[in-house]
Design a protein around this ligand. Structure first.
Ligand code: SF4
Ligand code: SF4
Length: 294
């Protein structure tokens, strides 16, 4: 039930934040540019999606850094920090449409790949590099001859933008097609790779690439909404670690930077030793066997 509830929240949020139906109608896609576009959603959601009602925080950060007149993004950074302090990577697990898309792809029945620790651990650091280099460093310091920078992450890497923005815009607007360059081909290749990887690996973009996940992970240890382990109740069965799709051990590290707060472990714990909510109190789900804690 909890799993279905999370899927409903993810899907509902995706629809709500991409509800500008006019953008999808034939006759020229008009990206919504009204007052709500001044506000960011907490998850990844491409500004250029014909249905997008709000802005993407990662796009907004780069826009501030790469403009001709650099601006310190007080609003976006303040907003992201507030969201991080409140909820950490709960946003990844519950309020990100691209996260949901990856989870649905992972449901395709194929053999699954669980990377061993050696490539997995260093690869997970990649998202911090993406944040530092492609979202902050290059947009802030690179300038072309006209003195204008580039939103490097959006322009060269982001598969969310290709899926939600690039493809619908090209499909809906014939006039755009002749002007497509190698860049569109490159972005399509990144997207295809991401989709293919998602069939075999659970949320590979979130694990290895997403700069927003990297940012929120910095707040996991202090976020108000958090996980708690009742060590006295824990019987050390290891079930929580086995069911965790992000390969986290919630007993050893309940507020790991990699935990997306999906609550699978909370639901599976036979001893009800895990809880999740404000200050770690709140949600304590019953498992199928209904075993009570000691
Ligand atoms: S599933 Fe529950 S009882 Fe088992 S190790 Fe994890 S927290 Fe402890
Ligand atoms: S530790 Fe628990 S809540 Fe976090 S990702 Fe793993 S299963 Fe989900």
């Amino acid at each position: 039930m909890a799993k279905r509830f999370r899927k409903i929240v993810q899907a509902g949020w995706g629809i709500l934040t991409n509800a500008y139906v006019r953008g999808f109608l034939p006759g020229g896609p008009a990206i919504y540019e009204g007052v709500l576009k001044h506000f960011c959603v907490p998850g990844m959601n491409c500004y250029s999606c014909p249905g997008a009602v709000f802005a993407c925080p990662i796009g907004a950060l780069q826009a501030a850094f790469s403009g001709k007149h650099r601006k310190f993004p007080f609003y976006v950074l303040g907003y992201l920090t507030a969201v991080g302090v409140l909820a950490g990577r709960f946003i990844c697990g519950w309020l990100c449409l691209f996260g949901l898309i990856q989870e649905l792809l992972y449901k395709i029945p194929t053999p699954k790949i669980h990377l061993p620790k050696t490539p997995d651990r260093p690869l997970r650091k990649l998202k911090y590099l993406v944040l530092l280099v492609l979202v902050v460093g290059l947009p802030l310091f690179y300038r072309n001859r006209l003195g204008v920078g580039d939103p490097f992450f959006c322009k060269y890497l982001c598969p969310v933008g290709t899926l939600e923005g690039g493809i619908p815009l090209v499909l809906l607007n014939e006039a755009l097609r002749p002007s497509l360059s190698w860049l569109f081909g490159w972005k399509m290749a990144v997207l295809v790779l991401c989709i293919a990887a998602s069939i075999f690996i659970y949320r590979p973009f979130c694990k290895y690439i997403c700069p927003l996940g990297a940012f929120y992970s910095l707040f996991q240890r202090i976020s108000i909404v958090r996980m708690r382990v009742d060590q006295a109740a824990c019987i050390g069965c290891g079930t929580c670690e086995k069911v965790c799709p992000m390969s986290v051990s919630p007993v050893k590290n309940p507020n790991s930077a990699e935990c997306i707060r999906c609550t699978e472990c909370v639901k599976a714990c036979p001893a009800h030793a895990l809880s999740f909510g404000i200050g770690g109190e709140g949600l304590k789900l019953k498992n199928n066997k209904g075993i009570q804690g000691k």
